[in-house]
Each structure stands twice: as structure tokens, then as C-alpha cells.
Ligand binder design. Structure first.
Ligand SMILES: [Cu+2]
Length: 192
């Protein structure tokens, strides 16, 4: 009895009503605010998910690459080659398939046994090897829309000695200022 009276004294009826009304108003405001963007949030979340799917879908990743630097052939098989017979080479053609000019920034190979020499408009631009193996200049060659060039890729099957026998895979990367990377790969079966 004494406790009840004390509580009643600290919380007079009119104050309790005010708190109740405030709580009700707050609940209503929250309900209205939550209901309105509720629909919007659902839609934009779906849109965000759709965009996410679109950017991570393999098809859309390949699309911008195809619109830029494109290789006539991005894979070559040397077949069985002999270490004793020395270096082998293959010419990879590529072109700018975009409507705007692009800049080839860098060319590098995946291993020191492989070099790539860029030839553009009958001019040898430079020879490029593995990144991190000595100083290597940037390419910085501009390609007009439709302009083609090639890299002569040279592979030395003897570069690794006996450790280099068997199936070998190497990649030449051509990077543009649009952060596109064209990869040209080759394989060889190295025999003594
Ligand atoms: Cu190598």
C-alpha cells in the first residue's frame, strides 16, 4: 500500500497521460516514416542487387574488355619444342576496337624466359619482359580507333634449364590507361 502511494505520488495521472500520448505520437511518426521509405528501400535494394549482379556477371566483365583492346587470337600452342633447338616465337595481333583512342601503358610477361616486342606502324616500339626484373620503361603508345599492332613473343625453353622441361604456360599482358588488361597466352611442351 505504501509503495503504491509513493509511485502514484511520483507519477501523477496527468503526467502519465502526457507520456502515453507522446509515446503514441512517436509510434505513429515512426510507423509513417517506416512505411514510406519502406517501399522505396525495397525497390532500391533490389536495384542495388540487380546492379551488383550485372557488374559481377561474367558477360558484363567481358563486354568492356571487348570494346577496347582486342586480340585476333589470344592463345597459341607451340606444341612439342626442343630446348636444344633454341628460342621460339609467335606473333600476336591486336587492335583498338573502341570508338575512342586508347593508350597502351604497359606490356609485361609472366616470366623472364619470355619477352614481347611491340611493333606498331612498322616501328619497333620496345621489348618487354617480366615485371620486376630490372628497369622496364612504360610503353605509352596511343592507338587510334581501329588501329592494329602486334607483339612478337619470344620464348626461350632453355632459360630454366632442366627445371623447365614439360608443360609450360606463359602470359603476355598488355595494359591500357582504361585499366584494361589484354592477356595473350601460350603453351609449350618442352623436351631436352
Ligand atoms: Cu620462365
Amino acid at each position: 500500500m505504501r509503495t503504491n502511494t509513493a509511485i502514484a505520488a511520483r507519477h501523477p495521472p496527468h503526467k502519465g497521460f502526457l507520456v502515453g500520448a507522446l509515446l503514441l505520437a512517436l509510434t505513429l511518426i515512426i510507423a509513417i516514416v517506416a512505411a514510406r521509405p519502406g517501399g522505396d528501400t525495397g525497390t532500391s535494394a533490389n536495384q542495388a542487387r540487380a546492379v551488383d549482379r550485372a557488374t559481377t556477371a561474367p558477360g558484363t566483365i567481358a563486354a568492356p574488355a571487348a570494346a577496347g583492346l582486342t586480340a585476333r587470337q589470344d592463345f597459341f600452342d607451340f606444341g612439342t619444342i626442343s630446348m636444344a633447338a633454341g628460342k621460339v616465337s609467335h606473333r600476336f595481333w591486336f587492335r583498338n576496337d573502341a570508338a575512342a583512342p586508347l593508350l597502351v601503358k604497359r606490356i609485361y610477361t609472366s616470366c623472364m624466359c619470355t619477352t614481347a616486342t611491340l611493333v606498331k606502324a612498322m616501328r619497333i616500339v620496345g621489348s618487354y619482359g617480366m615485371a620486376g626484373h630490372g628497369p622496364m620503361p612504360d610503353v605509352n603508345e596511343s592507338f587510334a580507333p581501329g588501329e592494329a599492332a602486334y607483339v612478337d613473343v619470344v620464348f626461350d625453353p632453355a632459360a630454366h634449364g632442366p627445371a623447365g622441361l614439360g608443360h609450360t604456360e606463359r602470359v603476355v599482358s598488355i595494359e591500357t590507361d582504361a585499366r584494361q588488361r589484354l592477356q595473350l597466352a601460350f603453351v609449350a611442351n618442352v623436351r631436352p
